[in-house]
Write a protein that binds this ligand. Structure first.
Ligand code: PMP
Length: 420
């Protein structure tokens, strides 16, 4: 056959990616961004170095057993026996896929049941599901917001919201992170008759801080704006029973449209939008990600329906999550480390540089503690960090072990300000 041409040659994006890879290789960081997990991750996991190692590195026998402080499994429901049983039964009954899109042959009874359960759980009229949280945000914003609208968006909002907004054709007006003054200044410039949307994450995924929803509601009322809130990291991780950011503040009726993920606090894959029936109908018959993409696989949906039942039955699961989060954050701060404004199960720890961040993650892994190192482009260049994700399934001794390891590794690298 004719040799295919390399369509990446000459792409400015390729050059950018190559520069990033070179800098990772130069800093001996590649192994830490290509780790491979073996078996079912939960409170503990087995991890090995991936892409850059020899193929034998991928043998599970060479994997390291670690306590998992890097998973979005906030509620600890991934691998729950009831979730696995429900998914297994659905696998036998429905198979691995619907082989279709929702509006044609892709809706089975489980899709309808999941959307009803989610709407009920979140206390809204209706709900629509998508094949990822990313797809939910792109679909929602590109459908609900139109040319001529103004969209006020927190600068630290997730990439999927920005991508949806670009597709919408609406005018984007970024406001400073969680800064009401910056938001109000932008709102005050706009004509009252113009449609306006305030768009925000609930929990910010890299900083772990929470949107000031009461203040956003005050401004939305004063300037006649709608609120769209992305609760990807807060669903099943914040508020009573894990009902998310609006419930955390008791402001469920003030958010006009809520989006979220089904792969973080909830143990599946997919995303959703939840709100009034008329808006959800618009999305069902007008949003690209729903119309032009295959529906969620039935075993995943069955697991999610069961997970929602467990969340309702076990309020103590959320209490454990918040105990774990508070204990760990206080301990980390006690070591003289900077957790920024974290107030959620996402706990960043500021580090002085990328090489130190990665070296710290490597030392921690050697001590049996898995924590993700994060740098540019996920966060700004001058704010590299370790980023812990806390789960309800971690036990007290795990938290104490983690703090010991942070102290030990932090001291070796000289990053504990207490040592200064
Ligand atoms: N919103 C936020 C705030 C996120 O952090 C993420 C993913 N990490 C998403 C949306 C996308 O969700 P998903 O992974 O389900 O596509």
């Amino acid at each position: 056959p004719e040799r295919s041409r390399d369509i990446s040659a000459g792409s400015p994006r390729l050059q950018e990616v190559q520069r990033q890879l070179q800098s990772l290789a130069h800093g001996r960081c590649l192994d830490m961004v290509s780790r491979v997990f073996h078996g079912m991750p939960g409170r503990k996991a087995r991890v090995s170095s991936g892409l850059t190692g020899s193929s034998s590195d991928l043998s599970p026998a060479r994997a390291r057993l670690v306590l998992h402080f890097g998973s979005y499994n906030y509620s600890g429901l991934n691998g729950h026996p009831r979730v696995l049983a429900a998914a297994g039964a659905a696998l036998k009954r429905f198979g691995t896929t619907t082989s279709g899109v929702r509006l044609l042959n892709g809706t089975c009874e489980l899709h309808v049941e999941l959307e009803r359960s989610l709407a009920d759980f979140l206390g809204v009229e209706d709900c629509i599901t998508y094949s990822s949280g990313y797809m939910a945000n792109v679909s929602v914003l590109s459908t609900v917001c139109c040319e001529g609208d103004a969209v006020l968006s927190d600068v630290l909002n997730h990439r999927s919201l920005a991508d949806g907004l670009r597709l919408s054709g609406a005018r984007l007006l970024p406001f400073q992170h969680r800064d009401s003054r910056s938001l109000e200044a932008a709102l005050a410039e706009l004509p009252r008759s113009q449609r306006k949307f305030i768009v925000t994450d609930g929990i910010f995924s890299m900083d772990g801080d929470i949107a000031d929803l009461p203040d956003l509601v005050r401004l939305a009322r004063a300037y006649n704006a709608y609120i769209v809130l992305d609760d990807a990291h807060a669903t099943a991780a914040l508020g009573p029973l894990g009902r998310g950011t609006p419930a955390h503040f008791g402001l469920e009726d003030e958010v006009d449209l809520l989006t979220g993920s089904l792969s973080k606090g909830l143990p599946g894959i997919g995303g959703f939008a939840a709100g009034p029936k008329a808006t959800i109908d618009l999305l069902r018959f007008g949003s690209c990600g729903y119309i032009f993409s295959a529906s969620l696989p039935p075993p995943v949906i069955a697991g999610l329906i069961e997970a929602l039942r467990i969340l309702r039955e076990e309020p103590e699961r959320q209490e454990r999550l918040h105990h774990n989060e508070r204990f760990l954050r206080a301990g980390i701060q006690g070591l003289g480390l900077d957790c920024m404004d974290s107030a959620s199960p996402i706990i960043p720890i500021r580090m002085p540089s990328i090489p130190t961040t990665v070296e710290m993650a490597r030392l921690l892994q050697d001590e049996g503690i898995y924590i993700n190192p994060v740098g540019y482009p996920a966060v700004s260049r001058n704010k590299p960090r370790l980023r812990l994700n806390v789960s309800a399934n971690l036990e007290q001794e795990d938290l104490e072990r983690c703090l010991e390891a942070l102290e030990h590794c932090g001291r070796r690298l000289g990053v504990l300000s207490r040592d200064a």
